[in-house]
Design a protein around this ligand. Structure first.
Ligand code: ZN
Length: 386
């Protein structure tokens, strides 16, 4: 057995009072908490600061890692999307090296499970050597109904490649599903194709990331509409709903799909009511550093925290963030939303993410039988120990 302790221990849900010595077996399975009188002192590795379970980054795009520092901050979402398209092409070697480095720094800084968006198979060869569980969301997009089948077939091919990859020998799980990019970039027909591929698959979507998205759904005006006109995308089929995007696209998705909604920068109470009444299992993912990078705006975190829905954290890509460590998202939330207890923020970074990625039977909490990993936090730095 291996024993670890620190002045502060967070179990994935709350700070631990009482017994604070963590026992793990040699395979990394958590066995329970022990008191100081139950283990010989020289058997216990003692840390300063805080120990907690492995971190979960529920929303990332490792395949965009080579775009780091290429897009300026505060462009707003619509120009940002154009800049991603312009900067994302690079040599295979360049992309491979950047993804490899991103995965290493993720693991080093504490990540044990990752929700990773893929538009291509660029990240595929590196999944099986990453020191973490990975759910790859093969993202599909296309707003022109006539091209829906073609777009879907492309994504289906990418998805089949990920699905054909064998599970790695290191014991981490690799999973994949096909998911829609965003409400404004997926036609109704494409939503239907995604929905019917697999009945129970975990779906993720960039939800209400900008005011322009909701304006487009409400009145079919604004920056999004201008973009479509500029790109000569024929959106005649689209009928504005007079409401935010969420109630407009949710009916395309069967209740059997758990949903991981990312960003939620412009979500409101009405949308939360719609989600709660929908019957879907819902997780809301916050990426505050990316929201600040792109839009100089944070979501209404108090509203989300009070929603009763599962909350988790993500970083988005290095196109919109300076690093991929969700502990940096915790620090940003702590600075800007001091009313939310740190105990909850740490739960969002661990058990919240594990639940969102359907991995809470393996990671996210110090519960006997789980293999949650172990992260040491001290002086605003996080390091993975197990
Ligand atoms: Zn994203």
């Amino acid at each position: 057995m291996r024993y670890f302790t620190a002045p502060q221990v967070h179990d994935g849900t709350r700070f631990v009072m009482g017994k604070k010595i963590l026992s793990f077996d040699e395979e990394g399975t958590f066995h329970g908490f022990a008191g100081i009188d139950e283990v010989a002192t020289d058997q216990v590795a003692t840390f300063e600061g805080l120990l907690m379970p492995g971190l979960v980054n529920a929303h990332c795009h490792t395949e965009l890692s080579h775009t780091r520092n290429t897009i300026p901050e505060n462009t707003g979402l619509v120009p940002f999307l154009g800049l991603v398209v312009e900067t994302r092409s690079a040599s295979e070697a360049e992309k491979y090296a950047a993804i490899n480095e991103a995965l290493s720094s993720l693991a080093h800084s504490g990540c044990i499970a990752l929700g990773d968006i893929a538009n291509s198979t660029d990240s595929l060869p590196l999944r099986s050597t990453a020191n973490m569980h990975i759910h790859t969301f093969v993202e599909t997009m296309g707003f022109i109904p006539e091209f829906a089948a073609q777009r879907f077939d492309y994504s289906l091919n990418v998805y089949q490649s990920f699905k054909a990859q064998s599970q790695p020998a290191n014991g981490y799980e690799l999973r994949q599903s096909v998911a829609p990019h965003a409400p404004y970039s997926v036609s109704g027909i494409l939503f239907e194709l995604i929905n019917s591929l697999e009945e129970n698959s975990l779906l993720t979507i960039h939800n209400e990331e900008s005011a322009a998205e909701n304006e487009y759904f409400i009145s079919k005006t604004g920056l999004m509409q201008n973009l479509y006109q500029r790109l000569k995308i024929n959106d005649e089929w689209f009928q504005p709903t007079g409401r935010n995007s969420l109630p407009g696209y949710l009916p395309y998705l069967s209740v059997t799909h758990p949903l991981l909604l990312v960003h939620n920068t412009f979500i409101d109470q009405g949308d939360i009511e719609v989600l709660k009444a929908s019957g879907h299992e819902v997780s809301l993912c916050l990426c505050p550093n990316a929201n600040w990078y792109i839009e100089r705006r944070y979501p209404d975190v108090a509203l989300l925290a009070d929603s009763g829905l599962n909350i988790c954290l993500g970083t988005d890509s290095l196109a919109a963030n300076h690093q991929l460590n969700v502990y940096e998202e915790v620090l940003t939330l702590k600075r800007n939303f001091p009313a939310i207890p740190e105990e909850r923020l740490l739960a969002w970074a661990s058990s919240g993410g594990a639940k969102a990625l359907q991995l809470d039977h393996i990671v996210g909490s110090f519960k006997p039988g789980l293999k949650p990993g172990l992260v040491h936090i001290r002086e605003a730095q996080s390091v993975r120990i197990l």
